[in-house]
Design a protein around this ligand. Structure first.
Ligand code: SF4
Length: 180
């Protein structure tokens, strides 16, 4: 069976995505790498949700020790209004590198199920990284299954985030203003 490394952004996006790729015949392992989630306590709450889901569905989960928040801010500094490209690049580059170094056949991300994310930018970024790192990227537009995914996690009573992740998105969520 082919081995797929799935970058996991949160439990609610992972639930259906894992089912999808398992149905496609892949052995799926998760990688939690989200230095874009601030503050650290919020990062911890989302990670706990992902760990609970991984236990429930018997998915191996890799959790690097380092948080790398400083690297996130270095990459977006001066580009805050267009920061999402830097954010996807950081997370997916790490995923692709880990996949290549650990014998996975391909990588993908749960971000592709979210209607709230910049879908085409995620796809373009992942395709570029796949070429650079020499590891296949698996694409599927799962946005129509987003509610199915949330339906799966509903009875699990897992933490639900109120904003995308970075401190800029938290500001935009609660102030109703855009970061300049
Ligand atoms: S809004 Fe979301 S995707 Fe964009 S930089 Fe912030 S955490 Fe990353």
């Amino acid at each position: 069976m082919k081995k797929l490394l799935l970058h996991v952004c949160c439990a609610h996006c992972a639930a259906y995505t894992v089912e999808h790729w398992r149905r496609e015949g892949y052995e799926v392992s998760g990688l939690w790498y989200n230095p874009n989630i601030h503050p650290f306590a919020e990062h911890g709450k989302r990670l706990e949700g992902v760990k609970a889901l991984a236990d429930k569905i018997a998915m191996p989960l890799v959790v690097p020790e380092s948080y790398e928040m400083v690297e996130f801010f270095r990459r977006v500094a001066g580009k805050e209004a267009g920061r999402c490209g830097c954010c996807f690049d950081l997370r997916l580059e790490k995923t692709a590198r880990f996949a290549r170094e650990n014998g996975f056949d391909a990588f993908t991300t749960t971000l592709l199920i979210s209607p709230q994310q910049k879908h085409e930018l995620i796809r373009e970024t992942a395709e570029k990284i796949a070429v650079e790192k020499g590891v296949a990227f698996l694409y599927a537009d799962l946005r129509k299954r987003y509610s199915d995914s949330r339906h799966i996690t509903k009875p699990m009573d897992l933490y639900r985030q109120q904003y995308c992740g970075c401190i800029y998105s938290e500001y935009e969520r609660y102030s109703d203003r855009k970061t300049k």
